[in-house]
Design a protein around this ligand. Structure first.
Ligand SMILES: CC(=O)N[C@H]1[C@@H](OP(=O)(O)OP(=O)(O)OC[C@H]2O[C@@H](n3ccc(=O)[nH]c3=O)[C@H](O)[C@@H]2O)O[C@H](CO)[C@@H](O)[C@@H]1O
Length: 371
């Protein structure tokens, strides 16, 4: 089996593609994967670190308004389409799979034109523009939410699968993860991150959390600031005379490349409400405090977060209402109450779809030509 995976920009598009790549490797003997992305997206960093071959093409996203810059974008899309065509002809894939983000457009389109089986996966209830267009040309559209069916072209074959998560996330073991992260086995672990690019607002609120939990005897904190916010966060700590080295129980990193271990170690998670993150939290049955990013297209993160909060799996704090104090109070209210944590964990687990990857592999089998 030879497969090209494409999807990019943010982690929310990349990790589902990596999950599918791993699923293909586990299911089909001698699978060869090629990941096609852009050099500007997070995929150029994440994919090689996940040990998959990576090739870049030149494309960029359309501005929402009509502008001269868009002419250049269209020219680049044409270039990208030709580059993708060359890559596909050389690699000779049996299937091309896209998980959203503008890089998918030229790659999946070129594959469809060359008669190669194509599948796209949509992570959000409100589908992205690239996937909406591609749905007219591909063999199958796999969706996370039943709701998104109606946004795709009438002709598209749409299947509900859920959002595939990386197999290592389901396989990681807590005690090994704690060891490899240098965390204590005796303390509760609070995992904090703001989506794949980090969240400045959450980082700001974390200052109070660090003051509250620094050297706490029962709680430890693992906080990923996002690559772009790391320096600023350290500066903010030092301007408030907070010396991280004095706290044995607080670990701050720019990015977690070993999220499977971080999630396995976690007892409570504080994060944004991107679709991939929520699929991971619910597949593991983790309780969470969610602060949806308010500027995501049509406020979809708030809808994502409500799906969990309404069923008791998460506490929702609106971004506009987030302060250090509010975050500390919310964490206190969950972390010190094992019964509440357990109820939230059960509710979270009820929403999980750990079989999504298996269902996508079934979709792949359906569209491959019979041997
Ligand atoms: C601002 C915005 O529009 N965000 C969108 C983007 O979010 P974003 O890219 O943040 O995606 P998600 O929250 O869905 O997923 C983040 C992914 O990054 C991983 N991770 C994160 C931090 C880290 O240090 N290490 C790490 O591995 C998480 O485990 C997860 O797999 O794509 C999602 C899926 O299309 C959408 O639902 C989000 O609304």
């Amino acid at each position: 089996m030879r497969a090209i995976l494409t999807g990019g920009g943010t982690g929310g598009h990349i990790y589902p593609a990596l999950a599918i790549a791993r699923g293909l490797q586990q299911h089909f003997p001698r699978t060869e994967i090629l990941y096609v992305g852009t050099n500007r997206g997070l995929e150029a960093d994440i994919v090689p670190k996940a040990h998959f071959p990576f090739q870049a093409i030149t494309v960029s996203g359309l501005a929402r308004k009509i502008s001269l810059a868009n002419l250049q974008v269209l020219w680049q899309a044409w270039q990208g389409y030709r580059e993708a065509g060359r890559i596909i002809k050389k690699f000779q894939p049996d299937i091309v799979i896209g998980t959203g983000g503008y890089v998918c457009g030229p790659v999946v389109m070129a594959a469809a034109r060359l008669g190669i089986p194509t599948l796209i996966h949509e992570q959000n209830a409100l589908p992205g523009i690239t996937n909406r267009i591609l749905s007219r040309f591909v063999d199958l559209v796999a969706v996370t939410f039943e709701d998104s069916r109606r946004y795709f072209s009438g002709k598209a074959r749409v299947k509900l699968t859920g959002l595939p998560i990386r197999p290592e996330i389901l396989q990681a073991r807590r005690s090994e993860a704690l060891g490899s992260l240098n965390l204590s086995r005796e303390k509760l672990t609070l995992l904090v991150f703001g989506g794949s690019r980090g969240a400045r607002k959450i980082n700001q609120a974390m200052i109070e959390v660090i003051k509250r939990y620094g050297n706490h005897p029962q709680v430890q904190v693992l906080h990923a600031t996002g690559q772009a916010g790391y320096r600023e966060f350290l500066q903010e700590l030092s301007s408030q005379s907070i010396v991280l080295d004095k706290y044995v129980n607080i670990i701050v990193k720019p990015y977690l490349y070993n999220m499977h271990e971080a999630l396995a170690a976690a007892d409570l998670v504080v994060s944004r409400a991107g679709a991939a993150t929520l699929a991971e939290l619910t597949a593991l049955g983790l309780p969470a405090i969610l602060i949806p990013y308010p500027y995501a297209a049509e406020n979809h993160q708030e809808y994502n977060a409500r799906a969990l909060a309404d069923r008791g799996a998460a506490v929702l704090i609106k971004d506009a209402e987030l302060t250090g104090r509010r975050l500390v109070e919310s964490i206190d209210a969950v972390i010190n109450r094992p019964d509440k944590r357990q109820d939230m964990a059960r509710a979270s687990q009820n929403l999980g779809r750990p079989e999504a990857l298996r269902d996508i592999i079934k979709c792949v089998e359906e569209i491959l030509p019979r041997p």
